[in-house]
Design a protein around this ligand. Structure first.
Ligand code: CU
Length: 456
């Protein structure tokens, strides 16, 4: 639930004169904060034009108020503690108590007034990614506005020219502020409610972090070698499932503010990309997919009919992105005898841990982890360990889910005779010598066996 943190405390620090623009401090709406990282129910509008609100995985939508014909929101940029999954929290920067910030929802044609208060130790701005705004509202610090200094509040005012799926993030000390988690989604609903309506509308944004095992602060200078791949700054099994009623029309809107692309893959259904951060894709230009690549600094929204009951994986198809804290320089020892491996490991790095010689499946990979560190792969289903982390969740399609019910319905009850099963067969032994493997050179061994916490 969100709490209403009165604006008065901050106002005392700020002083009315610090508020920029035509609005005085007395007229500033309160800035609600969220203390939980679980999906909040859709925020149905109580004033203004009607629309079907979205739900945000492990997130919430920012309440607004009407002031004349202006829709007013209040974002507070501030340090936050975000839980990535049970067992790990990160010290991030975000908005209104969480990172990412709350989803902002409004309607095409709305006039929005967004107050931004800075409670960070450095200046910031907000850029409205993909939205058509007057140049001076574009939020590029130095270029289109003065920076918002610590303790100050600025106002952004613009009319929503088009509907679609957009993002917001700072354009001030970009590398640091986005690496610290300052991102959010901005949904503009079509003014015509009959334009491509869906029954369930899910939103999340992807971000990545380098957080050394045992620590909680992202290393903001990293450019490529991240170890936490997140949907809404959560990793599996901490990511909310997508509960869906059988037959529902479903939209999933995905933003990407990481430093690499993510091929997002859904099992059990075909879908079509219906919207990007540039706008709606005409139906005549859509084609069927089961995976869509979401480029850096982009949004993809895809639509489907949930006509196949079950627990369907929804995940990034880069397998390293469905892992928690791990390095990418691990060598593959599948097929190398365990005896040779132990000899090499013992000689070069007594506390090293190498990839198992039969694969990395759970059970072969047990090792102590420092505090505040998640296993690389974790989470379990009704049949055993799922062996995933990072960017992985489940769309749960159920016949008996009520309209508008977004609670986790639990594991799928498979109809009798519809689950893969074991049979008696003559040859079941693994064949370890089937593939000849050249032993690593000494040079490679030295590099490989170095262990930095869990980043092998
Ligand atoms: Cu990915």
């Amino acid at each position: 639930m969100f709490s209403r943190r009165g604006f008065l405390g901050t106002a005392a620090l700020v002083g009315a004169s610090a508020v920029s623009g035509r609005v005085r401090a007395a007229a500033i709406p309160e800035a609600p904060t969220m203390d939980q990282a679980v999906m909040q129910p859709p925020l149905h509008p109580t004033s203004g034009p009607d629309y079907r609100p979205v739900v945000t995985l492990n997130g919430w939508s920012l309440p607004f108020r009407m002031n004349g014909d202006w829709k007013e929101f209040h974002l507070t940029a501030e340090p936050v503690v975000r839980e990535f999954a049970t067992g790990m929290t990160a010290n991030l920067w975000g908005y209104n108590g969480q990172a990412p910030g709350p989803t902002i929802e409004a309607v095409e044609g709305d006039k929005v007034r967004i107050f931004v208060t800075n409670r960070l130790p450095e200046h910031t701005t907000i850029h409205w990614h993909g939205m058509i705004v007057p140049n001076g509202m574009d939020g590029v610090g130095g270029l289109t506005q003065p920076h918002i200094n610590p303790g100050k509040t600025f106002v952004y005012e613009f009319e929503l020219k088009k509907s679609g799926t957009f993002m917001y993030h700072p354009h001030a000390d970009d590398m640091v502020q986005m690496a610290m988690g300052m991102i959010g989604m901005f949904i503009v609903h079509p003014r015509d409610p009959s334009f491509r309506p869906v029954d369930r509308d899910f939103v999340f944004i992807m971000s990545s972090y380098l957080i050394d095992p045992g620590t909680s602060l992202p290393k903001v200078n990293e450019m490529t070698d991240f170890n936490m791949w997140t949907f809404n700054s959560r990793v599996f099994p901490g990511i909310d499932p997508l509960p869906v009623r059988l037959g529902d029309r479903v939209r999933v809107r995905v933003g990407n503010l990481t430093m690499t692309n993510h091929p997002i893959h859904l099992h059990g259904h075909g879908f079509a990309v219906s919207c990007t951060d540039g706008g709606w894709i005409p139906e005549s230009a859509q084609w069927p997919e089961v995976t869509t690549d979401v480029p850096v600094g982009a949004v993809r929204a895809f639509d489907l009919v949930a006509d196949n009951p079950g627990d369907w994986a929804l995940h990034c198809h880069k397998a390293h992105h469905t892992m928690n804290a791990m390095g990418h320089d691990i060598r593959n020892f599948i097929g190398v005898s365990k005896k040779d491996l132990a000899r090499v490991v013992g000689k070069l790095a007594p506390d090293a841990m190498a990839m198992g010689s039969t694969g990395m499946a759970m059970g072969d990979m047990e090792m102590p982890a420092p505090d505040n560190t998640l296993p690389m792969m974790t989470g379990s289903g009704q049949f055993g360990p799922i062996e995933m982390g990072g960017m992985f969740t489940v769309m749960k399609v159920r016949e008996d889910l009520a309209r508008g019910d977004f609670h986790d319905p639990g594991p799928y009850q498979h109809p009798k005779g519809t689950v893969a099963y074991e049979v008696e067969a003559p040859v079941a032994e693994p064949a370890p010598d089937a593939r000849p493997v050249k032993p690593p050179t000494d040079n490679q061994r030295g590099k490989t066996m170095q262990r930095k916490g869990m980043r092998m």
